[in-house]
Design a protein around this ligand. Structure first.
Ligand SMILES: C[S@@+](CC[C@H](N)C(=O)[O-])C[C@H]1O[C@@H](n2cnc3c(N)ncnc32)[C@H](O)[C@@H]1O
Length: 333
């Protein structure tokens, strides 16, 4: 949020009006390729419009708004990316996160009132995602990038034996990381077809097709098998209702051997960092609207685990991803 406003006495919504408009203008610039076009150096308004194939007057007005919001700055005869825009938004890295979240906020939150009014998600997030292959690729890319950061710590913490079941394992990075660290481990990753297409490429690139099986299907419906030492449910339970989680955990308990473990990766309900704490609220509302889920209190998750047959739980806050934790539930021997 490059724009900072002095504290004022006006309507409390006015700063949000401005920052929301700023985020929308930033999203337009990303979608049109403006920050990437300016990565090569400053351009005049008409030259920027020519580079983007856009209307010169509209481009100038957008660029002026982006200057006001602190994404661009005036340069001699034109516009330039600020240092922070160059660092975060002019390439293909973090900008994909904003491409994803701006699409979610400005396209999928349309029916938010209906979700809140009825208590049922007005949107089916995964169907919505499947209809938008680029957004789906960004979603899996974001989670895959997050997994690259978390995998070394997950390898330290996740108890493994010979067989691992990763439910909703999509991009495959956790199964890949754990199999790479434990040569005797074989994994089955269950997910929906579009997500597994991403995972299939990653597993092939890692040379692990002989040890990682990809299983297309609905983890609420398919036979999950039995005898697994460990089951992963990473970033899964927050996307579902409490009732659906209790039912899935019972199915997972039946698939895990006595003494085995289920490991959840979840956002902490509260964080000491104010931005992470606000993000948890936004994330929770988004999960409710798109999937009927939310960020659940750790105590509630532990109650589900105990009820499903995982009475012994430990929580491991992640150094690699502050505000997120691994919750390990042990099945009785
Ligand atoms: C939030 S993502 C988490 C991906 C990965 N576990 C991680 O933590 O990075 C949830 C995953 O669950 C998958 N998923 C959602 N509903 C599912 C269902 N009914 N059956 C199988 N997979 C599902 C999604 O496609 C998605 O890949």
């Amino acid at each position: 949020m490059p724009l900072t406003l002095p504290p004022g006495e006006g309507p409390p919504s006015f700063p949000d009006l401005l920052t929301t408009a700023g985020y929308r203008a930033m999203a337009a610039a990303l979608r049109l390729g403006a920050f990437a076009a300016l990565a090569g150096g400053p351009l005049s308004g008409p030259d920027l419009a020519a580079a983007l194939g856009t209307d010169p007057r509209g481009t100038g007005l957008l660029a002026d708004a982006l200057v006001a919001f602190g994404y661009l700055e005036h340069a001699e005869d034109g516009y330039a990316n600020t240092a922070m825009t160059t660092k975060w938004l002019s390439g293909n890295g973090y900008s994909q996160v904003d491409r994803f979240w701006s699409t979610v906020l400005f396209e999928s939150w349309d029916g938010l009132e209906e979700s809140v009014r009825t208590g049922r998600p007005a949107l089916d997030f995964y169907r919505w995602l499947a209809e938008r292959p680029e957004t789906l690729a960004r979603f899996q890319g974001m989670l895959s990038g997050m997994a690259d950061t978390i995998v070394p710590e997950a390898v330290e913490v996740v108890p493994v034996g010979g067989r691992l079941l990763d439910l909703g394992g999509g991009h495959g990075k956790y199964a890949i990381g754990l199999c790479a660290a434990h040569p005797g481990l074989r994994a089955t990753v269950v997910d929906l077809p579009d997500a597994l297409a991403v995972g299939g490429r990653a597993v092939a690139d890692a040379g692990l097709t002989d040890r990682i099986t990809l299983r297309e299907g609905d983890y609420d419906e398919i036979d999950l098998g039995a005898g697994y030492d460990t089951a992963l449910l990473f970033n899964v339970v927050h996307g579902r209702t409490a009732e659906a989680n209790r039912a899935l955990l019972a199915r997972v308990a039946a698939a895990v051997r006595p003494g085995g473990a289920v490991v959840l990766l979840e956002q902490d309900e509260h964080s000491t960092d104010p931005a992470s704490d606000v993000f948890a609220r936004v994330f929770s509302l988004n999960l409710f609207h798109g999937q009927g889920g939310q960020v659940y209190a750790a105590e509630e998750v532990r109650t589900w685990l105990a009820g499903a047959g995982f009475p012994d739980t430990t929580t491991h806050p992640l150094r690699s991803a502050p505000g997120q934790s691994l919750i390990i539930g042990r099945k009785s021997p």
